[in-house]
Unconditional design. Structure first.
Length: 250
């Protein structure tokens, strides 16, 4: 099987060397977030590299970390390389079965779907539509990633692991991406990304930010589900929205 650069990076993140280091050394900055899944044993859910076509998607959402859902059919070390790649690259593909309408996750039985919709997916879909000015296809027009790729409960261990995870994976990930606009969601992600990128997190619109050897627009918005205004058409000025639209559609 021929492995492309993005596929190689995806698998490297899934098999992050810091997992073994964190298990062996409790002083490791990743020890807390890795230790959350200690009771899962060989059912340890792999770090989540990204979801969708990271190479070609014009919009990229960045949040703090993925959460754990033990009811979901989700990659573990027992999964084949081909299956892992398909899951993350085609998670929202309408011809795959990993999600139902890009809203509900596949159950562990890999036959049925969890009834509860994923609110984060619903809201990023709405945000993407607002940004593009048209229907935006999840996984195609936009992709999703995180600062800390290991799964957590209530963000436990995320803060301590953030700098290590960012330094190891963010630059190679962004370098692969053609995203012209990056939307950072939530106060935790805002604090981390603004510090790591040396940006003022109080300013919501940043133009000409060089990431992965190219200039991007970086937006800071509140987390989905919060009580803060986060709709692009309400947060940004007409000229800023026009810049976003042009970046995404041309």
């Amino acid at each position: 099987m021929t492995i492309d650069l993005d596929q190689r990076l995806l698998l490297q993140i899934c098999r992050c060397p810091n997992i073994a280091k964190a298990r062996a050394d409790h002083s490791n900055p990743c020890a807390s977030v890795v230790g959350i899944q200690v009771e899962l044993g060989d059912k340890f859910q792999l770090p989540e590299p990204w979801n969708g076509d990271i190479v070609n998607a014009k919009l990229l959402f960045v949040s703090s970390n993925p959460s754990i859902d033990t009811n979901e059919a989700y990659p573990t070390n027992s999964w084949s390389q081909k299956k892992i790649l398909d899951f993350f690259q085609n998670r929202f593909h309408p011809d795959r079965n990993w999600t139902k309408e890009a809203r509900r996750v596949l159950s562990k039985d890999e036959q049925t779907y969890v009834e509860r919709r994923v609110p984060y997916w619903d809201e990023t879909k709405s945000m993407a539509k607002d940004a593009f000015g048209r229907f935006a296809r999840p996984g195609f027009d936009y992709a999703l990633t995180e600062i800390v790729h290991c799964k957590s409960k209530n963000r436990q261990g995320v803060k301590s692991a953030a700098k290590t995870c960012f330094n190891l994976w963010m630059n190679p990930l962004i370098s692969l991406s053609d995203a012209r606009v990056i939307i950072v969601l939530g106060s935790e992600a805002n604090q981390m990304m603004s510090e790591f990128l040396e940006l003022d997190g109080k300013i919501k619109f940043h133009r000409r930010v060089t990431l992965g050897s190219r200039e991007r627009i970086v937006l800071f918005l509140p987390a989905p589900g919060s009580n803060k205004t986060r709709k692009i058409s309400k947060v940004f000025s007409d000229s800023e929205r026009n810049e976003i639209w042009k970046a995404l559609n041309f």
